[in-house]
Design a protein. Structure first.
Length: 326
């Protein structure tokens, strides 16, 4: 009979270790966050032994390396993430680093801190933060689900970079749109105008389908957003005009392809410093706030779930508030 053991980590997380023992077979164990999953796995092992099926045994937990954990995480967990492509690439980079060759049981805070410090010499703190988040997630899964015991290694994290407050000025918008129209890409200038009218993210604009537009209600239905929650975006008269100006016959409204490089080239031609496509979202939110939309109304347009996140996107100057104060 399998043994199911309840465990609690130092952080209070509960896990369940299933262990299967039988004479003539190698003892197998695996840890799960849900007791039902642990029981189901153990029954599957027992059934395989009963029928003579071959059971692939994992590497002994005392021999598993950090690389083994990252590979398991990359295979089992990452494919279901929305940012899977980026995580796959980062894990491929990790596997080339010396710290991943260390046995998981021998991992120390000093080893991770050394990796952090080396990376901070070549990349920005925000990049290192994202990398550490992936490593931490993989180590947590190793304890909860992969049956690999990992020491509770903790290191201080780099300070998060200050939130961007760059918004597009009126004269810059004129130059940017002129450069976008001169690019030869039919969709670039409309995409910029649409972003400034709707505060939609780059990915949301590229994914926008024709059947998601309710022309009568003047609403765009976003089925997949960054936070995983669908939302309806109200469309201004100008946003509707932009959509109606687009070529027909494509499933997606903006068949733009590689928007990032197209936008960067337009910015360079317009000679506008330090502007990214995502800054158009900041610009739109700030303009809507100046137009008098309340916080609740703004959150409907932008899709932000918390006031704190919304405030990072609304950038008002003292001049904007003079008329309000009277």
């Amino acid at each position: 009979m399998p043994t199911i053991s309840k465990r609690a980590s130092q952080t209070g997380e509960i896990s369940y270790q299933a262990k299967c023992r039988r004479k003539g077979f190698r003892t197998l164990s695996k840890t799960f966050s849900d007791k039902k999953d642990a029981i189901k796995w153990a029954r599957g092992i027992e059934r395989a032994w009963d029928t003579g099926e071959r059971v692939a045994a994992p590497a002994p937990v005392d021999e598993a390396t950090v690389a083994d954990i990252l590979r398991l995480y990359d295979t089992r967990c990452v494919p279901s993430h929305r940012g899977a492509a980026d995580e796959h690439a980062r894990i491929a980079f990790f596997l080339k680093q010396p710290f991943t060759r260390v046995r998981a049981a021998a991992l120390t805070s000093e080893i991770l801190a050394d990796y952090r410090d080396q990376r901070l010499r070549t990349v920005k703190p925000g990049t290192v933060l994202r990398e550490l988040n992936i490593i931490r997630a993989a180590l947590n899964r190793a304890c909860l689900e992969f049956g690999i015991v990992v020491p509770d290694v903790r290191i201080s994290r780099p300070r998060a970079p200050a939130a961007r407050d760059r918004v597009l000025k009126a004269d810059e918008q004129v130059k940017l749109l002129a450069a976008a129209r001169a690019s030869g890409n039919t969709y670039l200038a409309p995409a910029i105008e649409f972003a400034l009218e709707t505060a939609m993210r780059q990915g949301e604009i590229l994914a926008l389908r024709r059947d998601a537009i309710d022309w009568d209600r003047r609403v765009a239905r976003l089925h997949m957003t960054k936070n995983g929650t669908p939302r309806d975006v109200p469309l201004s008269s100008k946003a509707i005009a932009v959509l109606r100006s687009l070529p027909e016959g494509t499933e997606r409204m903006f068949a733009l392809g590689d928007i990032t490089h197209n936008f960067i080239r337009a910015v360079r031609r317009a000679e506008i410093p330090h502007i990214r496509f995502h800054d158009l979202r900041h610009t739109a939110c700030s303009r809507l706030a100046r137009a008098g939309l309340t916080t609740a109304q703004l959150s409907v347009v932008s899709g932000h779930k918390t006031l704190g996140m919304l405030q990072r996107y609304v950038h008002l100057s003292a001049d904007d508030l003079v008329n309000v104060l009277g």
